[in-house]
Design a protein around this ligand. Structure first.
Ligand code: PMP
Length: 471
């Protein structure tokens, strides 16, 4: 069994039960996992649908050029269909989108123009305006305009909706989705409500977009439009494909909740999904918490997961990016000196000399309850280290070696670090090397202190408690 081309692999994506994150709700919660599409997102469905619609309407001839403004996913969907059908693609996108998305489009042979995000939609530099202008200039080209093109909603009416109805055997009671163009939520919901009117549809909007307020208050509030980081969802325009009449409720979600939920879905459910999936599930959890009394074991809530985590490797799945944007708590920034001052026993350095007998060293380790010590010679040079494990190995080999000098079993010296060294580097040393480093003190306190992994762990636990933060 094979497909005539890649186009045959679009749609029929799996529906997967979520188990961990939503286990405190009485209902079943399922994710419609759209990264299984060949272009990696839900937008493959509209790529083929909008191109075939343009062909039927006679709006494009063979060999023509497809132009679109796209956050990335629609571009991939269009590029795949364009390859199978022999069209050229030019896409405009914004500088807010992940580099991975632009790279995917170029990888699929499309030309990509990156336009500024923070300009008005009717500004000539906006990605909408540039796409429109190109389509006027290039012969035999079409600007598909996914925002207002009804073939977008129609694709979901014909595929996503029927798939959900069949996969749940008509048991679906709630459908939750984010909205960008509105095509997914409007087309899917229209089909579902035609099967069963009572199915409730919940839209999820990122804070900074216009949909939430427009839905609840009927106001298009330009003052509430502000930049946000969740990609592909929310708008600063009202697209024709967004049918508010078919939506029963709208919730809004902050970037931070969206990003953190995205990572939880990957870690707790094993689904490596994109940012707007996290936003959609965060919205679903928010809505289900507010409507807990209305939910029962018979309810089947479906949340649409539009794309893959591979599109956000440099963002949501990158700890530095997450921290820089305040989406992850910052690592507490302590220095080696501070770790030492936090520990309970701020003891003097316990060290062995190279000629100390192994037996004496064992005694000292037992008395002081330590499992390792540096070996320092008469010139105060750090020449090696000795650990319980090394001693044990020697004694097993030769039970009479208690009188041997410690230099015969010592290992490499612990790394010597300055007392001002920051936690990040300190933990890197401790991860790589033995269990300890030697912290060098300044000229007036000439000497070393041993700092072990367990000092670091207890210091961090102390800092976490002081910050009221366990992470
Ligand atoms: N999530 C992502 C990642 C998207 O790219 C899009 C499409 N812009 C959506 C959600 C929203 O889908 P729709 O345009 O059908 O409302």
């Amino acid at each position: 069994m094979w497909h005539d081309s890649v186009l045959g692999t679009i749609g029929n994506t799996p529906l997967v039960q979520l188990n961990e994150i939503v286990d405190n709700f009485p209902c079943t919660v399922l994710g419609k996992v759209e990264f299984f599409n060949p272009g990696g997102s839900v937008k493959d469905r509209i790529g083929i649908s909008m191109i075939e619609d343009a062909e039927e309407e006679g709006l494009i001839e063979p060999g023509g050029t497809i132009i679109e403004g796209t956050s990335g996913n629609t571009g991939a969907g269009l590029a795949i269909s364009a390859i199978a059908k022999g069209y050229r693609c030019i896409f405009t996108t914004t500088d807010k989108q992940s580099q991975e998305k632009v790279d995917v489009l170029r990888g699929l042979g499309a030309e990509v123009l990156v336009c500024p995000t923070n300009v008005e939609p009717d500004d000539p530099r906006s990605y909408y305006s540039v796409a429109r202008r190109l389509s006027e200039e290039i012969p035999n080209s079409i600007y598909l305009n996914q925002y207002d093109n009804s073939a977008n909603t129609q694709a979901h009416y014909e595929t996503t909706g029927p798939e959900l109805w069949e996969q749940t055997e008509g048991q679906i009671t709630h459908f939750v989705a984010g909205a960008g163009t509105g095509g997914t939520i409007s087309g899917t919901s229209r089909y579902l409500k035609e099967q069963k009117e009572e199915i409730e549809v919940i839209g999820v909007d990122p804070c900074g977009s216009v949909f939430h307020k427009y839905f609840h208050e009927g106001v298009f509030d330009e003052d509430e439009i502000y930049p946000y980081f969740t990609e592909g969802v929310g708008e600063d325009i009202l697209p024709e494909n967004m049918d508010f009449d078919i939506v029963d409720d709208f919730v809004e979600v902050e970037d931070k909740s969206a990003m953190q939920m995205t990572r939880r879905i990957a870690r707790e459910e094993g689904l490596f999904i994109g940012q707007s999936c996290g936003m959609a599930l965060a919205g679903a959890v928010q809505w289900m918490s507010e409507h807990r009394d209305e939910l029962s074991a018979d309810d089947v809530v479906v949340v649409l997961f539009p794309d893959s985590g591979f599109r956000y490797l440099s963002k949501t799945y990158n700890d530095d990016w997450m921290r820089d944007h305040g989406f992850l708590e910052k690592k507490p920034d302590v220095t080696a000196d501070e770790v030492l001052s936090l520990r309970q026993k701020n003891a003097d350095l316990i060290a062995a000399a190279p000629d100390d007998e192994i037996g004496d060293v064992i005694e000292r380790m037992t008395d002081e309850s330590i499992s390792q010590m540096p070996v320092i010679d008469d010139d105060r040079d750090v020449v090696g280290s000795v650990t319980e494990t090394r001693i044990l190995n020697r004694l097993i080999e030769n039970p009479d070696s208690r009188k041997d000098p410690v230099r015969t079993i010592m290992g490499t010296p612990f790394p010597v670090v300055p007392s001002s060294l920051h936690l990040e580097h300190l933990s890197a040393y401790l991860e790589e090397d033995a269990g300890a480093v030697l912290v060098e003190h300044g000229p007036d306190n000439d000497g070393y202190s041993v700092l072990t992994k367990s000092d670091l762990i207890s210091a961090l636990a102390g800092v976490g408690e002081a910050n009221g933060n366990a992470s």
